[in-house]
Design a protein around this ligand. Sequence first.
Ligand code: SIN
Ligand code: MN
Length: 293
Amino acid sequence: MHLTKEQREQFDREGYLFFPGQFTPEETRTLTAAVPALYARREAFNVREKGSDAVRTNFAAHMVSEPFARLARHPRMVQPVMELFDEEVYMHQFKINGKMAFEGDVWQWHQDYGTWLNDDQMPTERAMNVAIFLDDVNEYNGPLMFIPGSHKKGVVDAKHDLTTTSYPLWTVDNALIAQLVERAGGKNGGIVSPKGPAGSMILFHSCLVHASTSNLSPWNRVSVYLSLCAISNHIRRFKRPEYIAHRDFAPIEMLPDDCLLKDYPVDLPWKTGMPASALATSSEPFADMKRAA
Ligand code: SIN
Ligand code: MN
């Protein structure tokens, strides 16, 4: 899938692109059907909501589950990012966020690149999120909210929030959010939240400031996030375990466009469980870690 000149300009201006119905219901169902078995597993890769059994985030499903391993190589998700970077990309992070009915908790305002820089020492912002909705997303089930154009600010001040939710995040304080929203148009477009049917896709800049509220509706809002990083921009520190911040910097080899509907072979190295190495961390820089491996 190629981006048009207008889409590239819009991405540069707004920091995101929305593709409603990018995947067909039949394609999307192959993914949705695989989620319950993944979420049921009692493994470190399932982070549950604070004080609840509901899964907040599942990491690294592309190492465990065939449909997600195919999605991780899908040209509709990977190719536009390669084109924007004019470089091959590797998988930095792969998440299936639950935001389950009644239980899904808030994601505070943040930039993903803030976390990737502070925790993983990713050198520059040449990394991108591509999200796909596995459920219909509406105004009630905690849609993702963006501040358009906020990516132009680069990395903004953030604090490491280790307490509010069950997942640590570098979050942006309210005063700065208020300023950014005002600058983006205040009540006239200063916050947007793309909504649409399951199978819709959002591509967003790693410095775009975003958040989502809790889900008090009776509808799940499961979404998959591929975080794709330009090869030359690979992380330099392994402070977070490998199932959260990947260490395989090999370029993604795309599959054909029909890969969600046909059985193309894929490797599933963690299918029966994660190796100890996927849980190991180090505060040492990359070169030392490599020697130790
Ligand atoms: C994220 O920012 O990584 C997740 C936000 C969401 O799923 O609402
Ligand atoms: Mn995020």
